[in-house]
Design a protein around this ligand. Structure first.
Ligand code: AMP
Length: 198
């Protein structure tokens, strides 16, 4: 059983690849972005608390996200299933918090898979998604730019944090969905082989 994090800038294809990965590898999907959007749609008190942050393309306050992920971790934990964290942790403080939580449950993050895409392409992809999915945070250039800036300023530090622990795997995120998926599965197979041999 392995636990992985899928990271990348907005529009990198994390959601698409996550869906394929959870099917192929029996992984439990933890996506704060999706969970938070659901709360906003249902207009729960949490949804009302976070709506403005999401709609402006800003990060939701860290305690809200880490509490939510911790609750999901305990509720969803199933024997034999690993976790796929999609778009989380996005800051080093979130990375430290989730590691503490996982350690308590005798778990760890085994790898970070980072989808790399040139910035010029991100804008086009997010705008295309805006027409299909209608996400409020995909709707204007300023919101998209804010998310890309936050990714550069905050989330790249998370990548560095895991690179120092030898857990970072960079993937070229440009190409057909299935081609990118095969790049990721090559890494998954390495990780699984390593887990079996330990
Ligand atoms: P995503 O679907 O992963 O692109 O996330 C959509 C939005 O949800 C982000 O722009 C943030 O407002 C919020 N969000 C998702 N993940 C996190 C996180 N790890 N920390 C803080 N905010 C997050």
């Amino acid at each position: 059983m392995i636990n992985i994090v899928l990271l990348g800038p907005p529009g990198a294809g994390k959601g698409t690849q996550s869906k394929k990965l959870i099917q192929q590898y029996k992984l439990i999907h933890i996506s704060p972005g999706e969970s938070l959007r659901e709360q906003v749609e249902k207009s729960t008190s949490l949804g009302q608390q976070v709506e403005a942050y999401i709609n402006e393309g800003k990060l939701v306050p860290p305690a809200i996200v880490t509490d939510m992920v911790e609750a999901q971790l305990s509720a969803l934990k199933k024997e034999g299933y690993g976790f796929l964290f999609d778009g989380f942790p996005r800051t080093v403080s979130q990375a430290v918090a989730i590691e503490e939580q996982l350690t308590k449950q005798h778990l760890q993050i085994d790898a970070i898979v980072l989808l790399e895409i040139p910035e010029e392409e991100l804008f086009q992809r997010v705008k295309l998604r805006a027409q299909i999915a209608g996400r409020a945070d995909d709707q204007d250039d300023y919101k998209i730019a804010t998310r890309i800036r936050i990714y550069r300023e905050e989330t790249l530090l998370v990548n560095r944090y895991y690179a120092k622990k030898d857990k970072l795997f960079k993937i070229d995120g440009v190409g057909e969905i299935d081609v990118i998926f095969r790049r990721i599965t090559a890494i998954m197979e390495q990780l699984l082989a390593r887990a079996i041999s330990v």
